[in-house]
Design a protein around this ligand. Structure first.
Ligand code: C2E
Ligand code: SIN
Ligand code: SIN
Ligand code: FE
Length: 385
């Protein structure tokens, strides 16, 4: 490839990396692109954690099934080449790692070759580094090939280009990390705010986790897209925020509600949708939809609008089942917990009435996973809240 073509390709890779928000996918992409760019048979990616490098991704055309040494930790030191690059930020291009010249400031760590019965010859190691900063990781490319597929060494012309690729990768990784942290902070906020809306005597944090996980499992079981599954996971915990607008005298009433009280209770759907309306975020918009429709019934006898069938958004139909399952299987201030047999019988009986038959079918097919979540997020394990 001509140098101009390489530059052009490098630029395209940089743009593609900057768009990837999923950290794991990004790690794989960086390695794939760097390998194809340099025609490397294999490669590994290490991310720095404190004074260690964590071995995260490994790819090798000769060892397609190899899981590498994922999880292995290497100290930042001259006892390994990667550790040395992580420590110093130097780029290292070696023709044959088994023939390191006298006086080389680092040692080679042969555990990868030994575990995989592999022979590493040439290596190109590049720090993942934004200019001037301490490396956030190390990219190691193994066994260069020429166009004919024969072993060769890494062309020194590649060095500045791979260096540039690595610094773009570092920026993209930092952005993906920030994105992940923002998401965690967002979720944490959602759970905290939703808790404020819930009945005080209830195992609320676990209740919200369970609704979120039940809805996620049901959506997965129904074959929905990963995007939909993720949206419902994050949006469903807010289904009852409208209870913030319901007075304690009703929300905490130990016994049965009067018709008037129940009518007021029903407004939690409309009130919740109002709180969540006009958001720019897709997730909040879906939570608005869920808040409004999670008490609609498939047969049209629900509230607040009495819509039926597929006029009820799928997210609302899914959360309706998740919510009732959890309400029945749990103790509430106004009722005891039912046995699981009775809960399951009730849900089956309500197929086509309260619930969408397709959601009920999915529920029956994934009951085992749902019961596992229920076990894991039970009141007994909620001591920290
Ligand atoms: P929730 O406690 O989270 O219950 C959610 C839904 O689960 C209920 O929606 C209902 O469809 C189902 N569910 C809960 N308990 C039972 C039950 O014992 N039998 C049957 N067949 N289904 C049950 P629903 O009825 O629209 O109620 C919405 C919310 O209104 C409830 O949320 C709860 O906060 C409140 N609520 C409903 N009934 C009473 C009551 O008698 N006393 C009090 N204090 N609150 C009530
Ligand atoms: C809830 O539905 O989240 C709690 C309401 C209750 O226990 O009455
Ligand atoms: C609850 O939601 O009140 C706790 C019951 C349970 O752990 O399932
Ligand atoms: Fe509700």
């Amino acid at each position: 490839m001509k140098y101009e073509e390489l530059l052009y390709k490098l630029n395209k890779i940089g743009i593609a990396l900057s768009k990837e928000r999923n950290y794991e996918v990004l790690l794989e992409k960086i390695l794939t692109e760097a390998r194809s760019f340099t025609r490397a048979e294999g490669g590994s990616l290490y991310i720095r954690e404190g004074q260690e490098l964590l071995f995260l991704v490994s790819q090798n055309d000769k060892l397609p099934e190899n899981k590498g040494l994922r999880g292995l930790r290497i100290p930042l030191s001259s006892n390994s080449i990667a550790g040395y690059v992580g420590m110093t930020g130097e780029l290292i291009n070696i023709e044959d790692v088994y023939k390191l010249p006298e006086g080389t400031p680092y040692k080679i760590n042969l555990s990868f070759d030994q575990e995989n019965n592999y022979r590493t010859h040439s290596m190109l190691l590049v720090p993942l580094q934004e200019s001037g900063d301490q490396p956030i990781g190390v990219l190691a490319l193994i066994n260069a090939k020429n166009i004919a597929g024969e072993a060769t060494s890494f062309d020194p012309r590649y060095e500045p280009l791979v260096h540039s690729l690595a610094s773009q990768a570092a920026v993209a990784l930092r952005n993906a990390q920030l994105h992940g942290e923002l998401k965690d902070a967002y979720l944490d906020t959602i759970f905290r705010l939703s808790r404020a809306a819930e009945c005080r005597d209830m195992d609320t944090a676990n209740h919200l986790e369970r609704i979120s996980l039940y809805s996620t499992i049901l959506a997965e079981e129904m074959g929905m897209s990963p995007k939909f599954v993720e949206n419902i996971r994050y949006a469903s915990p807010m289904h009852d925020v409208g209870k913030l607008g319901v007075p304690d005298s009703i929300l905490l009433k130990p016994g049965k509600l009067t018709d008037e009280e129940f009518n007021e209770m029903k407004n939690h759907t409309i009130f919740g949708a109002k709180i969540l309306s006009d958001a720019c975020s897709e997730i909040i918009t879906i939570s608005e939809e869920i808040a409004l429709t999670h008490h609609e019934r498939f047969n049209g006898k629900g509230y607040p609008n009495g819509i039926s069938g597929e006029d009820i958004p799928l997210s609302g139909r899914i959360v309706a089942l998740a919510d009732v399952f959890d309400a029945l299987a749990s103790k509430r201030c106004y009722k005891d917990a039912w046995s699981i047999e009775n809960v399951v019988a009730h849900i089956k009986k309500e197929s086509g009435q309260h619930f969408d038959p397709k959601v009920v079918e999915a529920f029956e097919n994934c009951l085992e996973r749902i019961l596992k979540v229920r076990e894991e997020y039970s009141i007994h394990k909620a001591q920290s809240i």
